[in-house]
Unconditional design. Structure first.
Length: 351
């Protein structure tokens, strides 16, 4: 078994089963089936042993994995945290259109931002002999990306970046700077940030861009004024409640690093009898189609979502040609609407 892992041959399901002392069908169901089937195939401990050994020995679900580099299937695999996220759905539209233009097809799977689910879905994609992967759920630790690099799997990142890998993203640092400059110009001095998940570059970069610019303008903001949260409306509402319950003077403005978190924060403000845009300004990010249609239209950073998807296809095509493309960062713009169009109130009551 050790010899195969070191290059003496292809590691097979039977090899894994023999090493683990289980039936090959058990190994196959754990590695190749959907999560419900996999759970019924073996205990959680056994399933984890199977996956760990498969990773250790470099097992590929497709015994002809070299086809990823030699024979083209004209198929791209796309993995995202969740397609219910409108931002990612629009990016996928860009991928689908750009893929068709170069004779490719693309299919997408959800990882729910769970590293183990991400690994499983990627292995399922490789079993379909995709030519390459577009990964939209990368975590900043980059552990899985190094594994894919070691396995010589062609891939690029989309929406989230990780240093050292080709990616198509919005310039999120600049996006955060745009928000800070806007709120400063509108007279705000007491602000809070709903920062998203710390494992995602979108959260880190948008927050860093805002904080660095805010401080360069002469503003002050403490760590307590930055609340990490989930990216959805529930996460935004929970973060908004935390900001309002802090015991500190209420901020006159809140920047949320995506529109859904911003909408959740708007709900928290409303439940406290506060009027968005008058009592507290709110700014989101991505400029989804919902932003302009809310009862109080939401100021948001516009990121070129479809173009990010199209750019990801261009990058993976370059990788498939043996090139090493540089990361592409697309320019954001700020769309100012009623949620932040008024100047900051002169006085703010404490919570």
């Amino acid at each position: 078994m050790k010899e195969k892992a070191d290059g003496g041959g292809t590691v097979t399901l039977k090899d894994l089963a023999r090493e683990l002392g289980v039936h090959p069908s058990t190994v196959s169901r754990v590695l190749h089936s959907g999560s419900d089937v996999a759970k019924g195939a073996a205990s959680a401990a056994t399933a984890e042993r199977v996956r760990e050994l498969a990773r250790k020995l470099g097992y590929s679900p497709d015994p002809q994995a070299a086809s990823l580099r030699t024979r083209r299937t004209k198929l791209l695999g796309v993995i995202v945290p969740r397609l219910s996220d409108l931002v990612l759905a629009i990016m996928y539209e860009g991928i689908d259109e750009a893929s068709a233009e170069v004779g490719y097809s693309a299919f997408v799977m959800n990882s729910r931002d769970d590293p183990e689910e991400q690994r499983r879905k990627i292995d399922l994609m490789l079993a379909r002999r995709v030519d390459g992967l577009i990964i939209g759920d990368a975590h900043l630790d980059g552990g899985l990306l190094q594994e894919l690099t070691d396995r010589k799997v062609p891939f690029v990142l989309m929406n989230r970046r990780v240093p050292g890998y080709p990616s198509a993203t919005c310039d999120d640092v600049v996006g955060g700077e745009l928000v800070a400059s806007h709120l400063w110009e509108m007279g705000h001095r007491q602000v809070a940030v709903i920062a998203g998940e710390p494992y995602a570059s979108t959260a880190i970069d948008r927050t860093a861009g805002f904080l660095d610019c805010w401080r360069s303008l002469g503003g002050t903001i403490s760590d307590d004024d930055v609340v990490w949260s989930k990216f959805d409306t529930a996460g935004g509402r929970e973060a908004g409640e935390k900001i309002l319950a802090s015991g500190k003077p209420r901020p006159t403005a809140i920047f949320a690093v995506n529109d859904f978190a911003a909408i959740g924060a708007m709900g928290a403000l409303r439940s406290h009898g506060l009027t968005v845009g008058q009592d507290v300004a709110v700014v989101g990010y991505n400029d989804t189609s919902l932003a302009a249609e809310l009862p109080i239209p939401l100021t948001s950073v516009h990121s070129p979502m479809a173009d990010i998807g199209r750019t990801a296809v261009q990058l993976i095509q370059a990788v498939l040609k043996g090139e090493k493309p540089e990361p592409a960062q697309l320019k954001p713009t700020l769309r100012v609407r009623e949620s932040s169009a008024a100047r900051a109130p002169a006085e703010v009551d404490a919570n």
